[in-house]
Design a protein around this ligand. Structure first.
Ligand SMILES: NC(=O)c1ccc[n+]([C@@H]2O[C@H](COP(=O)([O-])OP(=O)(O)OC[C@H]3O[C@@H](n4cnc5c(N)ncnc54)[C@H](O)[C@@H]3O)[C@@H](O)[C@H]2O)c1
Length: 436
């Protein structure tokens, strides 16, 4: 099949590459000239495990190419994916300007029946708006399909080629057949395609993210309670997660959720509800709990150091919003570091892949260490913010020798409180008993 993918970000680039890898001819489009120029030379703009090699392989055999010329990519395509950003707009709703601009350009370019697929996360009713935009500029036949993406950054390729499910919203039999054929290679073991109407598909994506975020905020509230009643949130997690009705996934308390999706998607869903006369109270609570949770490490540090950290130096392990990505959108590390700097402290950070992203945010206002140990030299305390695997088994004796004070604020409950105290650290986790 000939495919065009509009938008070469975390979703577009992964989808395009995986479709190319299953034998399709894919052209990936972006308006960012530097990004496209880099991609043409094999420079991948993001860190995603396995992606570079897969892009290289498919570009080499000519199944995957990159361009800034949308019309040229769209004209020969049978299926066109829209995978552009849908950032938070005014009042928390999703800003659809990039989706609608792409739709208009697609409408102007198509010359024969085309399936236009919304892969961006878009509010209920967007398929209708995209249909209107295209219909306003063409007489050519087309269908608009809603195909939200559920991949996780850090495991994007794995998720894309082995999806739990593929949600396809359409009422067109013709589009349905084409989409089924396109996704067949990824659903060989069992039929994982769920066909539904456009609106249900659009809502499914938001509902999934809202449910996952709710679980996290719920556990963070339980963690707060644990600190008051001297219980251990990790015991509670195992205790409830082993109930098959609840399950263990997404039950970790920690220093808040971030990323490009959860925060904005919850706000957009809340906004959709409000526009339709529903005050979705639960979502408001999820967002509020998370906002407070973003400040929890700084709050704990201020309490420990008697409210004065001016002139102190702090190490930060992990800048990306989660492991295995360089994405720092809405990362908890940003709130923590800005808070520390605002109180007159110095910060030295280490992240295995996110220094380039972090420099765009902090510039030279913080130090960047090449190794985890470089980020604990002479520090008054260490904050563990992202649970990269390499932080799980450090040389604690070496750390103690390097640190000015052996104090650790573990924002991901990576370490065992009792063991850490035995090792001679002053240790703070999230919800691990009464806070010291
Ligand atoms: N990142 C994720 O993990 C994830 C997962 C599931 C769904 N989503 C959703 O997918 C969508 C894309 O997210 P992302 O993280 O890939 O965004 P991104 O910001 O990484 O990439 C979007 C790309 O689209 C390009 N673009 C914007 N307008 C364009 C146009 N008119 N023509 C061509 N290119 C254009 C931008 O230059 C950018 O490179 C969003 O709606 C997001 O909510 C993201």
């Amino acid at each position: 099949m000939r495919i065009a993918v509009i938008g070469s970000g975390y979703v577009g680039l992964v989808a395009a590459t995986c479709f190319a890898d299953s034998g399709n001819d894919v052209v990936c489009v972006d308006i960012d000239e530097a990004k496209v120029e880099g991609l043409k030379q094999g420079i991948i703009p993001i860190y995603e495990p396995g992606l570079e090699e897969m892009v290289e392989r498919n570009t080499r055999v000519g199944r995957l190419s990159f361009t800034t010329n949308l019309a040229e990519a769209v004209k020969p395509a049978e299926v066109v994916f829209i995978a552009v950003g849908t950032p938070e707009g005014e009042n928390g709703d999703a800003d659809l300007q990039y989706v609608l601009a792409a739709a208009r350009d697609i409408g102007r370019a198509i010359e024969r029946y085309t399936v236009v697929v919304n892969k961006s996360t878009v509010p209920v009713g967007t398929a209708d708006r995209v249909r209107e935009e295209i219909a306003a500029v063409t007489r050519v036949e087309f269908d608009v399909v809603s195909n939200p993406e559920f991949l996780k950054e850090g495991a994007a390729i794995e998720d894309f080629v082995k999806p739990d499910r593929v949600v396809i919203g359409t009422n067109s039999e013709r589009a349905r057949e084409i989409m089924a054929e396109l996704y067949a290679p990824f659903c060989r073991k069992s039929d994982r395609i769920l066909f539904m109407d456009n609106r249900s598909a659009e809502l499914t994506k938001y509902a999934a993210n809202a449910m996952l975020a709710t679980r996290i905020s719920f556990m963070n509230e339980i963690a707060r309670l644990c600190e008051r009643v001297d219980a251990d949130v990790d015991m509670v997690r195992q205790g409830i997660g082993s109930d098959s009705r609840i399950g263990l996934a997404f039950l970790y308390a920690g220093a808040s959720f971030g990323g490009s999706c959860f925060p904005k998607d919850i706000k957009a869903l809340y906004s959709t509800a409000r526009e339709n006369g529903l005050d979705f109270e639960l979502l408001r609570a999820v967002t509020n709990v998370n906002a407070e949770q973003k400040r929890i490490l700084l709050t704990k540090a201020l309490r420990h150091f008697g409210n004065n950290i001016e002139g102190m130096t702090f190490g930060v392990w992990g800048l990306a919003f989660k492991p295995k990505t360089d994405d720092m959108r809405e990362a908890p590390s940003i709130v923590l570091i800005e808070g520390l700097l605002g109180k007159g402290a110095r910060v030295v950070a280490h992240d295995p892949v996110a220094h380039r992203t972090a420099r765009k945010i902090f510039g030279d206002r913080i130090g960047y260490a090449d190794t985890p140990y470089g980020a604990v030299e002479g520090v008054d305390a260490l904050f563990l913010v992202t649970e990269w695997n390499e932080f799980r088994r450090p040389d604690f004796e070496r750390m103690k020798r390097l640190m000015k004070q052996p104090v650790i604020f573990d924002g991901r409950n990576v370490f065992e409180p009792k063991k850490m105290r035995e090792r001679g650290f002053t240790y703070y986790g999230i919800g691990r008993g009464r806070d010291a």
